[in-house]
Design a protein around this ligand. Structure first.
Ligand code: TXA
Ligand code: MG
Length: 339
């Protein structure tokens, strides 16, 4: 199969629609990361996503819809705070989990009685979703556990020859996946942190909790149990206080003839660069670090033999999501049994 990369045009949209109606999988740009989409009403099409990605069968998918789509028939109940959150943040990088009416394929939610719905703001995503006028099940368009894609080229690198079309909308400005918010209870609970922060949600809903799995408990958002976002090169991770150790490891790798790189926020990088070391910059603000993270991890696997991550010092807002992805890319914090 030839994998075409097409920018937004009438012709591209018509092709995308034809593939989706035929049960094929089409990758598309969103404002967070690229998605790998299929008709959420078609069992076989949804199953194709799992086999293409090598995704565990118990990790549910998000249904994507355009901003005029009536989600009423798909969900059982929308609490008042969720209506306010929809008004405040949609379309945008917020995925909301509702009690499901089980109208979409049972493979989307992997047997859970809930459905995650997202209304992306990206122009490419909106035009595509309007054209098909269907709920589109879509995970991030990377192989399972690999770094999420923030350019069409990243998608191509993972799925060349296996999907017919990538709808190219350029770089993803958000850079990390949407916030996943459980809206099935009395108060909203964040299952995956992202660009819409706890502070922003609490500002509208009054309260907002962040789900923390207790030891031994089945995770509410199954995806969060897996090691994820990992670059293919060797990695090591240090806190800011462990700089000496990090420098030593860097030098050892150089002496062995390898090509080490640091991955660090700009302020730290300025200090590490004293002796002209190789550095991938994360940025200065939380938003910058979110935007740069996956692109830098993908560069690292092309150029570095060893990537040495230094924990950013910045906290608050989007940093919760950035630190979550960063530590998991370096294999820290994912539950051992699921790696
Ligand atoms: O920004 C995004 O959300 C991107 C773009 C493509 O829209 N999509 C994405 O999908 O990140 P994926 O499959 O990589 O991550 C979906 C997350 C997983 O952690 C999954 O477990 C959780 O959402 N999820 C999906 N349905 C759920 C449900 N019914 N209840 C709880 N968690 C759910
Ligand atoms: Mg993913």
């Amino acid at each position: 199969m030839i994998t075409e990369i097409l920018s937004l045009s009438q012709e591209a949209l018509e092709k995308a629609e034809r593939y989706i109606l035929a049960g094929e999988v089409v990758a598309f740009h969103t404002e967070t990361v690229y998605g790998l989409g299929a008709n959420a009403l078609n069992d076989k099409a949804v199953q194709k996503i799992f086999s293409l990605k090598g995704r565990p069968a118990d990790n549910p998918l998000i249904a994507h819809v355009h901003s005029g789509f009536n989600i009423g028939p798909l969900v059982d109940f929308i609490p008042e705070y969720a209506v306010a959150l929809q008004r405040a943040f949609l379309p945008g990088p917020l995925t909301m989990v509702y009690p499901s009416t089980a109208k979409v394929s049972s493979f989307v939610s992997c047997g859970l009685n809930t459905l995650a719905i997202r209304v992306p703001s990206s122009k490419t995503a909106q035009k595509f979703l309007k054209k098909v006028d269907l709920p589109i099940a879509a995970p991030s368009a990377n192989r399972s556990k690999h770094v999420s894609p923030v350019t069409a080229k990243h998608v191509f690198d993972d799925f060349n020859g296996e999907i017919p079309l990538i709808l190219d909308g350029g770089d993803c400005d958000g850079g990390i996946e949407s916030t996943v918010l459980d809206c099935t209870g009395k108060d909203p609970v964040i299952l995956r942190e992202g660009l819409i922060t706890r502070e922003m949600i609490a500002g509208v809903a009054g309260r907002c909790f962040v789900y923390e799995r207790r030891a031994g408990e089945k995770p509410k958002s199954p995806g969060m149990a897996y090691k994820h976002y990992a670059p293919k090169c060797r990695t090591a991770y240090f806190t800011f206080g462990e700089q000496e150790k990090a420098m030593r490891l860097y030098r050892e790798e150089e002496e062995r003839g390898g090509k080490p790189y640091f991955l660090a926020e700009n302020g730290i990088a300025e200090k590490l660069a004293v002796n002209g070391s190789n550095i991938f910059l994360l940025g200065r603000t939380g938003e910058e670090m979110a935007r740069n993270l996956y692109a830098q991890l993908r560069r690292a696997e092309q150029e570095a033999t060893l990537l040495i991550g230094i924990e950013p010092t910045l906290r608050g807002g989007v940093m919760a999501g950035v630190l979550n992805r960063l530590t998991r890319a370096f294999g820290i914090g994912a539950s051992e049994e699921r790696k």
